[in-house]
Design a protein around this ligand. Structure first.
Ligand code: NCD
Length: 300
């Protein structure tokens, strides 16, 4: 799964299903459906995860399906089993695999080997399409629209996979994108070109202050320590941008702040109670968007 599979009409359909599911989930008398009764998924996370794994798990249970969680710390990968072999085995047990793996292109590798759908829950520093979809759904619902808005993507745009999936999707809506990062963490120029080719209006800078007054949505990212060649390289850029109450006082009153989480030091906890902070609401949109995705992949 990649951002490339989502054209604007597919996105709109997913948002419609997600809006319907949100009503079901938010209704204390309902909360769940039985649409995927009898269906099974496996969650295979070869990299750490809190939100993605639990939200997929909760999403599947709320749709009446069942979940097998592969304990990757004791899986046969440690004995040298290839990812392709692992998915060829797991497809005997389940109808769909949700995969997170450190290898760039691993989701495609698994999809090439498997005869069942593979959902990419993050492949190294390449893509994280389901996070991009949930973030766009969150912006759509909380800001009220996606058209004609300005989104500032901040932080690690080189290794951050959420922004790599999100920027081309946003381009389809004509969203104006400010890419703000330290020079060494700029988005790969070839990927910026992809975004431009898809109609995106892109402005790159390392100066957050210069774009803040025109920002409708500030999307913060963690500097991805685990992807740096050395700790020293990481320390040079750690803490490059910190969103704190003083910054929020200068920001537009309507500007929403998103972050896929986990955060380290890029957003001060003192900002959590600001009504513009969306990052603890985003996970709910995540569960709902993942319900919509599972339905689209698994419903007969
Ligand atoms: C992101 C990821 O794994 O890429 N987290 C997530 O899925 N919510 C971002 C990150 O790890 O910083």
């Amino acid at each position: 799964m990649s951002y490339k599979q989502f054209q604007r009409d597919t996105l709109e359909e997913l948002f419609d299903v997600a809006r319907y599911l949100k009503k079901v989930v938010d209704d204390p008398d309902k909360g769940e459906t039985s649409d995927l009764k009898g269906k099974y998924i496996a969650t295979c996370f070869f990299e750490p995860s809190t939100r993605t794994t639990t939200s997929f798990h909760s999403a599947m249970l709320r749709l009446g399906g069942k979940v097998l969680g592969l304990n990757t710390s004791v899986s046969s990968a440690a004995k040298g089993e290839t990812l392709s072999d692992t998915v060829k085995v797991l497809q005997n047990y389940v109808d769909c695999i949700v995969l997170r793996h450190a290898g760039q292109g691993s989701a495609q590798e698994a999809a090439d080997a498997a005869s069942i759908p593979i959902i990419n829950a993050g492949d190294g520093a390449n893509e994280h399409p389901t996070q991009a979809l949930l973030d766009m759904f969150c912006i759509h619902e909380e800001f009220g629209k996606l058209e004609n808005i300005t989104v500032t993507l901040l932080g690690d745009l080189k290794y951050g996979r959420t922004v790599r999936s999100m920027a081309p999707l946003m381009a389809q809506y004509g969203i104006k994108l400010n890419l703000v990062s330290p020079p060494v963490l700029k988005m790969d120029p070839a990927h910026v070109q992809v975004v431009r080719d898809m109609g995106g209006h892109v402005h790159e800078t390392n100066d957050l202050e210069s774009v803040i007054s025109s920002t409708d949505v500030l999307y913060c990212t963690r500097v991805q320590k685990e992807r740096f060649p050395t700790e020293e390289d990481y320390l040079k850029v750690k803490g490059s941008y910190v969103i704190d109450p003083a910054f929020m006082a200068r920001a537009p009153k309507h500007m929403l702040v998103l972050h896929p989480l986990p955060r380290v030091d890029e957003i001060s906890p003192a900002v959590d109670c600001d009504p513009r902070s969306m990052y603890f609401k985003e996970p709910r949109y995540g569960m709902i968007m993942r319900m919509a995705l599972l339905l689209s992949v698994l419903r007969r």
